[in-house]
Design a protein around this ligand. Structure first.
Ligand SMILES: [Zn+2]
Ligand SMILES: [Zn+2]
Ligand SMILES: [Zn+2]
Ligand SMILES: [Zn+2]
Ligand SMILES: [Zn+2]
Ligand SMILES: [Zn+2]
Ligand SMILES: [Zn+2]
Length: 454
């Protein structure tokens, strides 16, 4: 395979495209859209590398061919650390709107704020070498916020609008975390290899030890034989034989054959151990930095006489925060909202006796001093005269000052039927009927009303 063909095949494989050789034609399918757009050409590609092999639907890859230029420029722009900002396939705002089970409010306004933090994708290639085998594997590891995470990039698309640059000062630290984790991913391969090695090594060691054990036994036997021969020779006074035996025994003792055998054995044992060693080599192949979105969602909830602003910091990595009843703190499956905008469960709600709107236990429930009804804030008023809280229906106006007062703090003029403060009322001395000051001034004579004078 020529250099161009190899480069082309590796290029498409690096994009996770599918490549197959059909004779001299490299067929490429499942090409990512990013490259199709870059090259302005849709897959499948059928590529040939020699002018003589061209067919009607093939593209010829030569130095200077358009597709080759597209490949190299694509790699270059990718290498320039063009930041890719991720966007989840499911819009978080939509998700939250669907998930919130609102009972007596609806979402009237939404706003989505997004910030990005770096998500690092490290690709490591590991070669585990042992005996004459080599097992290679690729690992993609993701690190976010200084933590390794399992991540499915397929659940994201790319943000088309450019976002600000990222603070990638934790790149090195993230790399260390990923690097430390590579061991985990290849642990099973290592364990398998190590077990196989150990078994083979144990076999070899047993063989070597048995071999040298034999040697030692032989040596021992020779020595014993010589000693026997020597004793016999001594009995027989066979001087040449005595000298011969003594010489041989001396040889055995002086060259220290036992020690020699031991050294040799040790050498072979060590040598086998080295032959059965495990080589693990992990290299960083690529680093990609993604902008990972974090959201701040703002929702306005409105219902009848109810307004509630909601700010939800929303992370795609953790489940949607569960809201809880602001009275009893139990998590809420369905969200009720009291008239003060508090979240509540159903058991923690009571209805206002006047408007029937919900009141929660956190709300200050007002009791009407006059009729004893439990009231919401909206349905109560405090009289500036007697300072008591009462149903808002128990109020009138002092017509002289225009001030609001409760009905207990007002008197009605029997003449003009308007209401005013008791201090502005003058009763008739005779009949005792109430007259407001202006009516009294207009009609009283000597403290008596018109009717009492005739
Ligand atoms: Zn509750
Ligand atoms: Zn009310
Ligand atoms: Zn409340
Ligand atoms: Zn009342
Ligand atoms: Zn009053
Ligand atoms: Zn009057
Ligand atoms: Zn009168």
């Amino acid at each position: 395979m020529g250099e161009l063909a190899r480069f082309t095949e590796q290029f498409f494989q690096s994009l996770n495209a599918q490549t197959t050789w059909n004779g001299n034609i490299l067929e490429v399918t499942k090409v990512p859209e990013a490259f199709e757009n870059w090259a302005g050409k849709k897959a499948p590609f059928r590529l040939v590398f020699n002018p003589g092999e061209e067919q009607a639907d093939t593209d010829l890859i030569t130095k200077g061919s358009f597709l080759l230029k597209s490949m190299t420029s694509f790699l270059e722009q990718k290498g320039q650390a063009t930041l890719t900002f991720l966007k989840p396939l499911l819009d978080p705002l939509e998700f939250v709107q669907k998930t919130l089970n609102l009972k007596n409010t609806t979402i009237s306004h939404t706003k989505k704020g997004v910030t990005y933090i770096p998500l690092y994708e490290f690709t490591f290639a590991t070669t585990v070498a042992y005996l004459n085998k080599k097992e290679q594997s690729l690992q993609k590891l993701y690190v976010l916020n200084g933590q390794r995470m399992l991540f499915d990039i397929d659940k994201f698309t790319y943000e088309s609008t450019p976002a600000p640059s990222l603070d990638t000062s934790n790149l090195k630290q993230s790399y260390e975390i990923a690097k430390a984790a590579t061991r985990e991913g290849i642990q099973s391969t290592i364990t398998k290899a190590a077990t196989e090695l150990q078994e083979k090594l144990a076999k070899e060691h047993t063989r070597i030890k048995a071999h040298y054990e034999n040697h030692r036994r032989e040596l021992q036997t020779t020595k014993m034989k010589l000693e026997l021969q020597l004793q016999e020779a001594l009995k027989e006074n066979n001087f040449p034989k005595i000298a011969q035996c003594q010489e041989k025994l001396k040889q055995i003792a002086s060259t220290d054959l036992v020690k020699k055998l031991q050294d040799e054995e040790q050498f072979f044992l060590t040598d086998e151990r080295q032959k059965h060693s495990l080589g693990v080599d992990t290299k960083l192949v690529s680093t990609i930095v993604y902008g990972f979105p974090e959201y701040q969602l703002e929702l306005s909830l409105t219902g009848k006489d109810i307004v509630r602003q909601l700010i939800i910091p929303y992370s795609l990595l953790s489940p949607l925060p569960l809201f809880s009843c602001e009275s009893c703190a139990l998590p809420l499956r369905e969200i009720w909202c009291c008239t003060s905008g508090h979240f509540s469960c159903l058991p923690c709600l009571v209805g206002c006796d006047l408007c029937r709107q919900p009141l929660c236990k956190r709300c200050r429930i007002q009791k009407c001093d006059l009729c004893g009804k439990d009231l919401c804030k909206k349905c109560t008023a405090r009289c500036p005269g007697c300072l008591k809280a009462k149903c808002s229906s128990h109020f009138g106006l002092d017509y002289l000052t225009g001030n609001k007062r409760c009905t207990s703090c007002l008197k009605t003029c029997t003449s003009c039927t308007k209401q005013t403060l008791p201090s502005s009322i003058k009763p008739c001395d005779k009949c005792g009927k109430d007259f407001c000051k202006p009516c009294a001034a207009a009609s009283f004579q000597a403290g008596r009303c018109k009717g009492c004078r005739s």
